[in-house]
Design a protein around this ligand. Sequence first.
Ligand SMILES: NC(=O)c1ccc[n+]([C@@H]2O[C@H](COP(=O)([O-])OP(=O)(O)OC[C@H]3O[C@@H](n4cnc5c(N)ncnc54)[C@H](OP(=O)(O)O)[C@@H]3O)[C@@H](O)[C@H]2O)c1
Length: 261
Amino acid sequence: MTADQNPNEQTHAHTTAGTAADGRTIALVTGANKGIGYEIAVGLGALGWSVGVGARDDGRREAAVRRLTEDGVDAFGVPLDVTDDASVAAAARLIEERAGRLDVLVNNAGVTGAAPQEPTRVALDTVRTAVETNVIGVIRVTNALLPLLRRSASPRIVNMSSTVGSLTRQTTPGAETGPISAAYAASKTFLNAVTVQYAKELRDTGILINAGCPGYCATDLNGFRGVRTPQQGAAVAIRLASLPDGGPTGAFYDDEGVVPW
Ligand SMILES: NC(=O)c1ccc[n+]([C@@H]2O[C@H](COP(=O)([O-])OP(=O)(O)OC[C@H]3O[C@@H](n4cnc5c(N)ncnc54)[C@H](OP(=O)(O)O)[C@@H]3O)[C@@H](O)[C@H]2O)c1
């Protein structure tokens, strides 16, 4: 693998060149009130960036912003339900008024949906819920923020996906693929496909958009059964958020490197 393919070997665009003239890099992390999203906010804050904490619940958002601020992060709250058009539009207005642009968007918010998820037993509403948040939510947020991202010198979009969405892994005998799922896993496959389509459309814009898998992390999403920490899970998103100009786009990474589609 070349450095061109492996974000682990890249330097940070927003800590070197490429940061807009008026100072701090501006990032928005969706679902940043807890879990991996919170740790992504911690990591981006440690780079000296100003981090919008996107969260739908006022109390959880304010508590997260307070904790981040106490730890020295330049954090600000962004009320944001990724399934709600008006909420997402208001979030874009808030960032425009505060910063006038957005440099980095991390689409992290996600849900698993209820059990069962085997295709022969899954409730259609479970599929709808997973797709509405994990796919349509990402498109809704990305398109609302794109005008602000286009004003950035080095715009980056990171979509938090999962290796359970890898069709190559799902069809490789013996590969670890998680439970059979026509909702959560399939929604991440859908998200991966959408990521590729964005990369194709935006190829000549300087906007880099990639999918990242955090690995199996102990969070609310899985009843804290994951074996990695949320901080470990955040690392891939932090690297993809800070890719240098000319870095990879339309690819899928975890900590080990490229993940097959
Ligand atoms: N944990 C893992 O092992 C693992 C593995 C692979 C991929 N991932 C992916 O990593 C991302 C983060 O997962 P996590 O493990 O940190 O899960 P988590 O602890 O359950 O956090 C999920 C976050 O998404 C937010 N969210 C859910 N629906 C939302 C909505 N409609 N609008 C705005 N925010 C919403 C949640 O907010 P509330 O607090 O309001 O619910 C929460 O902040 C997800 O995309 C997940 O699919 C996780």
